[in-house]
Design a protein around this ligand. Structure first.
Ligand SMILES: [Cu+2]
Length: 124
């Protein structure tokens, strides 16, 4: 319960930070991690924005998220440092992990624990 409150606080603080930069945030850019899936298969953001990966305590599993596809991290893929092989691990109930994408492009993201988890992040 405390972690859930903490996660909400972090999202709130992030929204404040975005506002402070003069950017408008129309969507929270949130991608949920449930038992063995992403809650969306694709998401579009603007360069400099973050994707918020959340792993809800009740429905999530343990996930290791990296650049790649079909459960295989792509060792040569370029992208945010935190997503480079072997990526980052997030446990159910952890605070949302914010990954900022600075460079426009199309990024394939997967989970090395669940090969069926594939997400495409388009950065404009
Ligand atoms: Cu997973």
């Amino acid at each position: 319960m405390r972690l859930r409150v903490f996660g909400s606080l972090m999202l709130f603080l992030f929204a404040l930070a975005l506002g402070g930069c003069g950017q408008t945030s129309t969507a929270p850019n949130e991608v949920g991690l449930v038992a063995g899936d992403f809650t969306v298969t694709s998401i579009s953001i603007k360069a400099g924005q973050a994707v918020h990966f959340t792993d809800p305590a009740g429905t999530g599993g343990v996930h290791t998220i990296c650049l790649g596809s079909d459960g295989t991290c792509d060792q040569s893929a370029n992208g945010p440092q935190a997503l480079k092989s072997p990526g980052f691990t997030i446990n159910p109930g952890d605070p949302a992990k914010d990954i900022t994408f600075d460079t426009p492009g199309t990024y394939k993201i997967t989970c090395s624990i669940h090969p069926a988890m594939n997400l495409i992040v388009t950065v404009q």
